[in-house]
Design a protein around this ligand. Structure first.
Ligand SMILES: [Fe+2]
Ligand SMILES: [Fe+2]
Length: 449
């Protein structure tokens, strides 16, 4: 009897799925979906960079928080998209993937808006066009075959109203009583719309010409001096090392100073936005972690300000720490140093204060403030882990290779040196964590409310 013919299937030979030229009529193949998602992925990333970059150009404290929230939402969309892209055939996204030039060139010019309102309008135009692009893609997707993509879309679509109506009234009435401003605004918006058309495939049409950029002086992103909300007057840094050392603050002598410290975390968040915008070509997970970190610091400052107001304080009664603009000339050293001292000194050291304050607040019956410290510690733990993951990589990116351990050591030394301690004092506490923190930060008066 003849042996039955064996059927051999090579389960690893999936090359046919990647072949983009093998058409199936007008139906969308898996590789087509992957390509559409990838186009969108980079637009989401550039929108997150744009909103993060303009945060420091917003003078209003509330708007700063909104922009970081929006940037964070865009990175959440990216995570959904990336998960699906990596399930589909076609070139997956890797650690080295970065915005393609056609996309980054467009964003590099539209981001240079001449004023905050023009920026808001630019964002609104692009985010609306992006959601229209999603709509066109979704319409093509097979509800059964591409159901996993559609599930990702459901999560992304939830943010649509929030993102696409941001500042819509301010934009509608922009420069309503200033005809010169209005003309500049309209010229700018026409330019931005043409740039989107080019980005969205228009540049492949015959007769398309990229518009000329209007001659304007950009007001952002990442201004050299961050715009400042007058309701949060700055501390005099020639008198105090940091805003929390200013004894004129109404909470200075009480455990409630913890709440003020939370409220003042806007400055950490703002400095992080410079890091997010300024550092190029790190793995995407880095941007996702930094976006989360930046957004968490906004949440901390929001919970702090909310609580201070509930307690009857006015933000103008305090003096606030200014943010550090990390400019291109100080980028090389300041970025990694700032990030390492934040995640390896300030945040781990703050655990001690925060833990003690949880109990102290309870003693005084202030359960909400106690709870805030609990959430705060939970978030900070995440940030310390981010620091371990990225601190050394940042130095590496700056062509200054150091191991994670020596980064922590270096960050601690630098911090104490900046605070004016001698080398001898520094060496004596460096190895001991609680002692080191006693040197590095302020302790609170826990027994007074
Ligand atoms: Fe924080
Ligand atoms: Fe933090």
């Amino acid at each position: 009897m003849a042996k039955p013919k064996a059927i051999v299937v090579d389960v690893n030979d999936l090359g046919f799925l990647d072949n983009e030229n093998d058409r199936t009529g007008s139906f969308v193949r898996p590789v087509d979906t992957a390509n559409m998602l990838k186009d969108i992925y980079w637009i989401e990333f550039e929108l997150s960079r744009m909103t993060m970059g303009w945060m420091s150009a917003a003078a209003d404290w509330g708007l700063k928080g909104e922009l970081v929230r929006m940037a964070y939402l865009h990175t959440e969309h990216m995570k959904h998209l990336r998960e699906r892209i990596n399930e589909l055939p076609g070139a997956a996204l890797s650690d080295r993937s970065w915005t393609p030039n056609e996309v980054s060139n467009v964003f590099a010019s539209i981001v240079l808006a001449p004023a905050f309102l023009e920026f808001a309008a630019t964002y609104r135009i692009f985010v609306n066009k992006l959601y229209d692009k999603y709509d066109r893609m979704v319409e093509k997707l097979d509800p059964i075959l591409d159901a996993p993509t559609l599930d990702k879309w459901r999560a992304i679509e939830m943010d649509r109203t929030q993102l696409s109506t941001w500042l819509s009234n301010e934009i509608r009435f922009a420069y309503v009583d200033d005809s010169e401003g209005r003309a500049r605004f309209e010229t700018w918006c026409r330019f931005v719309k043409r740039m989107w058309d080019g980005l969205d495939g228009g540049d492949r049409l015959e007769g398309f010409a990229w518009p000329e950029m209007p001659a304007v002086t950009p007001a952002g992103p990442v201004p050299v001096v961050p715009a400042h909300d007058p309701n949060y007057p700055h501390v005099d840094l020639t008198k105090y090392k940091s805003a929390m050392f200013d004894p004129a603050s109404p909470t200075y002598d009480s455990v409630k100073h913890m709440v003020f410290i939370n409220a003042s975390e806007m400055s950490a968040s703002e400095s992080l936005t410079y890091l997010y915008y300024g550092i190029q070509k790190m793995p995407m997970d880095f941007y996702h972690d930094i976006a989360r970190h930046t957004w968490d610091e906004i949440r901390h400052s929001q919970m702090g300000v909310r609580r201070l107001k509930q307690m009857g304080y006015d933000t103008r009664d305090f003096s606030w720490h200014p943010s550090t603009a990390l400019t291109p000339d100080n980028l090389e050293r300041t970025f990694p140093e700032f990030y390492s001292s934040l995640t390896m000194v300030m945040e781990p050291c703050s655990f001690i204060k925060k833990r003690k304050s949880i109990e102290a607040f309870k003693q005084f019956g202030d359960y909400l403030s106690s709870l805030q410290s609990e959430y705060d510690i939970a978030d900070e733990r995440l940030h310390v882990n981010f620091g371990k993951k990225w601190g050394a990589k940042l130095f590496e990116q700056m062509n200054d290779f150091v191991t994670a351990n020596s980064v922590a050591e270096k960050a601690k030394q630098l911090h104490l040196r900046k605070m004016g301690y001698t080398e001898e004092e520094i060496n004596s506490v460096l190895g001991s964590f609680p002692e080191f923190c006693g040197f590095a930060t302020l302790d609170l008066t826990y027994d007074r409310y």
